[in-house]
Design a protein around this ligand. Structure first.
Ligand code: ADP
Ligand code: MG
Length: 253
């Protein structure tokens, strides 16, 4: 089962993984009210669908006034968003996430996936965040570092050091922040029986903070019985579309 970005970010926040502040909206009126509640002067209006590539498809846009939040929310809510992950028929946008704009200095990638053969979670990271990580994996696989974590010993200091050195992060303060970020991410991955987490981009801000700007999470269906609060995040309208998509290729989703 997959969840929306705004839901993944709720889980991140619960574990102290830094994310920009944001609020979900199901109407244009609510979207504007959310922007007012968040305050500030730059917001991002983000389509909530179970697919990536929303930015390139026109589903993630920056607003510099409440009027602009309203205009963009009108455009995006109810649109059929086509991305490289939705198939040509696209997906209907039924929810928005209104988020405070971040001051992006660098875009990294950080994920945790299950290596089925080794039965171990693997932390994946790259300095080449923000673009389709699939392309990086395909064209320049050496730019993705992979760190397997034996669940019997958990996330240790040496995993953290491998991560920051692999990413070329030399500032001790930044190293500390990113190691703490990754260790919390590993913890929430394990405690929630997640199958995959993908943060693309994980950004470094102008003030040297690390923030999860995007968040994708998938769960092992057979473990959901242990996590009723995650089962509650199920969005059936999205799953039907996932199933139709999988069905076209003769797969059961
Ligand atoms: P997707 O991966 O589906 O395209 P993202 O959440 O990654 O969606 O957003 C696409 C791009 O929009 C990001 O790579 C980033 O450059 C920009 N973006 C997203 N959220 C914010 C934010 N809160 N502040 C500033 N820019 C953002
Ligand atoms: Mg993204």
């Amino acid at each position: 089962m997959n969840i929306h970005e705004y839901q993944a970010k709720q889980i991140f926040a619960k574990y102290g993984v830094p994310t920009p502040r944001g609020l979900m909206a199901e109407s244009v009126k609510q979207a504007v009210a959310n922007a007012e509640t968040l305050g500030g002067s730059v917001w991002v209006v983000k389509a909530q669908i179970h697919a990536g590539g929303r930015g390139l498809g026109g589903g993630v846009k920056l607003a510099r006034s409440l009027e602009e939040v309203e205009k963009l929310s009108k455009e995006i809510l109810g649109m059929t968003l086509v991305t490289h992950q939705t198939g040509p028929e696209g997906k209907l946008v039924q929810k928005l996430y209104i988020e405070e704009g971040a001051d992006i200095k660098e875009e990294l990638y950080l994920g945790v996936v299950l290596d089925r053969a080794r039965e171990m979670p693997v932390i994946m990271a790259s300095t080449e965040g923000g673009m389709a990580i699939e392309d990086v994996a395909h064209n320049t696989p050496e730019k993705i570092i992979k760190i397997a974590v034996d669940p019997a010993i958990g996330f240790q200091g040496f995993h953290g050091r491998e991560l920051v050195f692999g990413l070329g992060i030399t500032d001790p303060n930044e190293q500390k922040k990113l190691i703490s970020f990754a260790s919390k991410l590993y913890k929430l991955y394990m405690e929630n029986d997640a199958e995959m987490i993908e943060i693309n981009p994980l950004v470094k801000t102008g003030s040297g903070e690390f923030l999860a700007l995007d968040g994708k999470m998938g769960f092992d269906d057979s473990a959901l019985g242990r996590h009723p609060e995650i089962e509650e995040m199920r969005d059936v309208s999205e799953e039907d579309a996932d199933e139709r998509e999988a069905g076209k290729y003769g797969l059961s989703y």
